[in-house]
Design a protein around this ligand. Structure first.
Ligand code: ATP
Length: 334
């Protein structure tokens, strides 16, 4: 993307994203830093919603099946693109890999995220503790969680207390991963990898609020993990050095194993056991919806880096502005 970026008129630099997920936070932050902003919607009614906000300069309605064409148009407007958790879902991984617009972070990671085994491998290559993965039913010696490939929002996951229950429930199923069920509390860590400052920041944390595991179910229904919202989380300070270290290790693993720089926001998703040990079961290579809880008033840890509260949308815009000023935009976008 470096040739595309070189042709850009930096005075007209535009920040674009897909109108969903964390778009409001991203575009609000971009406008605060003086960028032009574009929201790309897939439907007219969605576009109408985004049009009411004065920090969004243009709202486009496009056919996501032809996102590559929209990406070409974005280049004509000097736009950089911020991917988020719903982006790949909307446009598909192939278009996300090929769209000819400079895209924040490491695009290649999309391929790793699509495969449950590769995902775990990358975490392990970073020396990050993960739940045990069972290759066969016979190895299973404790409660497990089974994740079907392609499952979304926790749908298509189930728990099995022991090998017998697992045998019954796996009948007829294919393409899944069997993982140790880790007992503890969920905690999701938001990081920002900054090429400009040469550091990884631990930016905030959240908990997902999930139906039915967090619901009033009285044990009458099967647990399900469908995300309905996010709650803010402030961690015990004694956990922070370890959490930061895992974030740093992950960024390093991406660089070494995947071969590209993890610039911008990402997330490690974990369970913390009652002995304070952490097991990371998932990552997201881009901004997660849990950062929305700090929109407008900033995450508690942002104060530690900038001496003022900042949300993730502002943090992204700050990085782009600084990189543009220092002639280092190529370090952020692939
Ligand atoms: P995402 O939305 O991040 O793509 P998802 O919603 O499909 O992912 P996960 O976030 O991977 O699914 O997991 C769903 C739920 O299952 C979470 O509440 C998480 O805490 C729980 N979970 C996942 N793996 C484990 C594990 N090995 N042990 C205990 N709980 C787990």
């Amino acid at each position: 993307m470096s040739t595309t970026l070189k042709k850009y008129d930096l005075d007209k630099l535009t920040v674009a994203t897909v109108a969903s997920h964390t778009a409001l936070q991203i575009l609000r932050g971009a406008k605060k830093y003086g960028f032009r902003t574009i929201a790309i919607a897939g439907r007219a009614d969605v576009a109408e919603f985004y049009q009411q906000f004065n920090f969004i300069d243009e709202v486009w309605t496009v056919d996501f099946r032809n996102f590559v064409k929209a990406a070409e148009k974005l280049v004509e407007t000097n736009a950089v693109f911020i991917p988020h958790g719903s982006y790949v879902e909307y446009v598909g991984w192939r278009q996300a890999l090929e769209a000819p617009v400079p895209t924040l972070g490491c695009r290649e990671l999309i391929k790793w995220e699509a495969d449950q085994y590769k995902k775990m491998e990358l975490l392990q290559r970073g020396g990050i503790p993960t739940p045990r993965v069972y290759k066969s039913l016979e190895e299973v010696d404790r409660p497990v969680i089974v994740k079907l490939f392609g499952a979304k929002g926790g749908r298509g996951y189930f728990l099995a207390r022991d090998r017998e229950e697992l045998r019954r429930r796996l009948a007829g199923l294919s393409d899944y991963i069997i993982q140790e069920y880790v007992f503890g509390v969920p905690a999701y860590y938001h990081y920002f990898s900054s090429p400009v400052y040469g550091r990884v920041e631990v930016f905030g944390a959240d908990i997902r609020y999930e139906s039915n595991v967090d619901g009033r179910t009285f044990g009458w229904v099967e647990p399900t993990f469908v995300v309905v919202g996010n709650l803010p989380l402030v961690l015990r300070e004694s956990l922070l050095p370890t959490i930061w270290k895992y974030g740093v290790q992950f960024a390093k693993a991406v660089e070494e194993v995947v071969g590209c720089r993890l610039a911008g926001p990402y997330c490690l998703e974990s369970i913390i056991r009652d002995d304070m040990s952490i097991s990371v079961f998932e990552f997201s290579g881009r901004i997660v919806a849990g950062t929305n809880i700090y929109m407008g008033y900033g995450s508690p840890y942002s104060v530690l880096y900038f001496d003022r509260p900042m949300d993730m949308g502002e943090r992204i815009a700050h990085e782009i502005r600084e990189a543009a000023r220092r002639g280092r935009l190529e370090d952020l976008f692939t």
